[in-house]
Structures are given as structure tokens and as C-alpha cells.
Design a binder for this molecule. Structure first.
Ligand code: C5P
Length: 312
């Protein structure tokens, strides 16, 4: 390896919540057309890549036991895909270490975030040259939420979620997130929505961003955003995990301005008016026994970015 290249690279990547998720028709390829507003929040995984004789994954942190570390882990698929496409002489196997803080199977795109971070980290490790076009191409093949994790901020996602257009908004928002001890499988939640829609599952209208959501983001007004939160997967997620209804109701009762299940759930995101409101709500939710765990976060934050690049 050339001495100019780093010996290891660490990339920080945020979780996402969905401020709006409008699910359109079920497509012949099994995906749904959707219009979503992704919002990156300050809950981060850190992914470190180091050259190794073979691809392998290590995970640390509170959710480590829940992450599969075999070859089917999305980070290994990301590494192999970038190696195949980038053409760099240095593109060999790596040990990928994930310091995991993003809840697993929580609707916060933790696995997608790790895949995005791996693309950015390996690009630097191998000296590919910051090929954003290549990251985007690989990201779209890896999953519907990977492209957004590269960008972060607040952005509209369309297609199956992989087409990203940043939203210029002025707001900085405070959130209280309630993860669930039990995850929900994304395909199962989409399938439940299709079941609820019945014959209309393939014929519902093409999804579009909501006008009130766009106005709320432009104005930066927190009450307007609270009123515009929407997720078509919320009802199916609640059918599959009825306890979510209690969590949503309790947060509203304890003073949250707005509440929405994130993505396919089960994490519930509560919008509050500032850091003190966040602390008050977090205390009320845990003290009442409704939530075992709460996470305070702000958004928007930046997407995947290098934080450490060690030299040999
Ligand atoms: O692309 P990703 O791996 O995140 O998608 C996981 C699953 O979620 C898909 O296999 C599909 O069942 C469902 N999905 C969907 N429509 C989307 C995105 C995901 O039906 N737009």
C-alpha cells in the first residue's frame, strides 16, 4: 500500500427519521413508490475500516448483540460493491468496525447508515478520490435509505426512497425518540399496509410531498412542522405493535408538540419546543413507565463524514 494512504479511516453517520412518508402504489418489483421527507438527527454510528486479509465485521455498543456480522451484513456488501466498481489497485478486503448507537430495526435506517459510512470510509482508505457519483450508484443498489445517509440534512426522497433532493429549511428542531425493545421488519410493515389497502394497493395515487410540510420547513416554525408530520406506515406499524399507540398518546399527553412513528417503526419521534421541553418529556416518559429508553436529539445534522484518518 502506498504510504500516502491512511492505515484506517473512521466515518460518523447519523440516524434518520421521516417527517413525512407518503406511500404510493405497490410496484411490480415489490417496492412502493414513495414521497418522503428524510431528516438526519444527532444519533450517530461510527464506522472504522482497516485493511485485513478477509472481509469481516465487528460491532460494539448497546445494540451490538442484535447486529448480524456475517457476509450478508450490508457493510460487507457495500465494501465488495465499491471494490468491484472503483477500480482502485488498493481495493482489498477490510475489517469494518461499527460503534453502534442507532437502534437496530427501529425505522431509523441504522443499517443503511452503516453502509453509507462504509462507502465513504473505504473511498478514503483506498484513495479513490471522493467519487460521490460512485457512492450514489452503489448506495441505490444497497437499499432505499442509503443515499440519504450520504447527504444528511433534510431532504425529499422519491422513487423507492433512493432519489434525494435537499430541502432548504431554516429550522433546527428538538426531538425525543422512543426506541422499542422489539424491532419491526420493514417488508412486514409495508405488507400490512398493502393488506389494509386491499385491492387499492396497486392503484393508489402517485405520492407527492405535502404542501403544508413544505411550507412548515420553509418557515422553520416548529408548531407548523408538528401539525404537518405524517406517516402512512404508522397505522400498519401500530397494528403490528399495538403498544405504539400508548407511547404516542402518552407523549402527546406529556406535552409533545407532535408525534410520528419513524419509517416502518417502531421508533416514535416526538417534536418538542427546545432542550428543556426535551428533558421534561424524556423524564415524564421514563418516570411513567411508558418508555424504558429515550434518546434526545436535534436535527438536521450532516450526513456521513470522515472524522479520523490514521496514518501508518
Ligand atoms: O430497500 P430496502 O432494503 O431498504 O427495503 C427493504 C424492504 O422494504 C423491501 O424489500 C420492500 O419490501 C420494502 N420497501 C418497499 N418500498 C420502498 C422501500 C422499501 O416496499 N420504497
Amino acid at each position: 500500500m502506498s504510504s500516502a494512504l491512511p492505515s484506517s479511516v473512521t466515518v460518523r453517520v447519523p440516524a434518520k427519521i421521516n417527517l413525512e412518508l407518503v406511500v404510493g402504489p405497490l410496484r411490480p418489483d415489490g417496492y412502493h413508490d414513495l414521497s418522503t421527507v428524510f431528516h438526519a438527527v444527532s444519533v450517530f454510528d461510527e464506522v472504522t475500516v482497516t485493511p485485513a486479509p478477509a472481509w469481516s465485521v465487528q460491532v460494539s455498543g448497546p445494540y451490538a448483540d442484535l447486529v448480524p456480522v456475517g457476509d450478508d451484513n450490508l457493510v460487507v456488501r457495500a465494501g465488495r460493491l465499491l471494490a468491484e466498481r472503483c477500480g482502485a489497485a488498493e481495493a482489498g478486503p477490510a475489517l469494518v468496525h461499527i460503534a453502534k448507537e442507532i437502534p437496530v430495526a427501529g425505522g431509523m435506517a441504522g443499517g443503511s447508515a452503516d453502509a453509507a459510512a462504509t462507502l465513504v470510509a473505504l473511498d478514503h482508505l483506498w484513495g479513490v478520490g471522493g467519487r460521490r457519483d460512485l457512492w450514489d450508484e452503489c448506495a441505490a443498489e444497497l437499499g432505499s435509505d442509503v443515499n440519504f445517509a450520504l447527504v444528511g440534512g433534510t431532504a425529499i426522497g422519491s422513487g423507492r426512497g433512493e432519489q434525494i433532493a435537499p430541502v432548504l429549511g431554516r429550522g433546527r428542531y428538538h426531538w425525543v425518540l422512543v426506541p422499542s425493545a422489539q424491532g419491526l421488519s420493514t417488508p412486514t410493515v409495508f405488507a400490512e399496509l398493502d393488506r389494509m389497502r386491499g385491492a387499492e394497493a396497486t392503484t393508489v395515487a402517485q405520492p407527492r410531498p405535502g404542501e403544508s410540510m413544505m411550507q412548515a420547513l420553509r418557515s422553520g416554525e416548529v408548531e407548523a412542522l408538528a401539525a404537518a408530520l405524517r406517516n402512512d406506515l404508522q397505522e400498519p406499524a401500530c397494528v403490528l405493535q399495538p403498544r405504539l399507540r400508548e407511547v404516542v398518546a402518552a407523549g402527546q399527553e406529556f406535552g409533545a408538540l407532535g408525534a410520528v412513528v419513524s419509517g416502518s417503526g417502531p421508533t416514535v419521534a416526538f417534536l418538542v419546543d427546545g432542550p428543556e421541553g426535551a428533558l421534561d418529556l424524556a423524564v415524564a416518559l421514563t418516570a411513567s413507565g411508558v418508555a424504558d429508553e429515550v434518546v434526545r436529539a436535534v436535527g438536521p445534522v450532516h450526513g456521513a463524514h470522515v472524522v479520523t484518518s490514521a496514518t501508518p
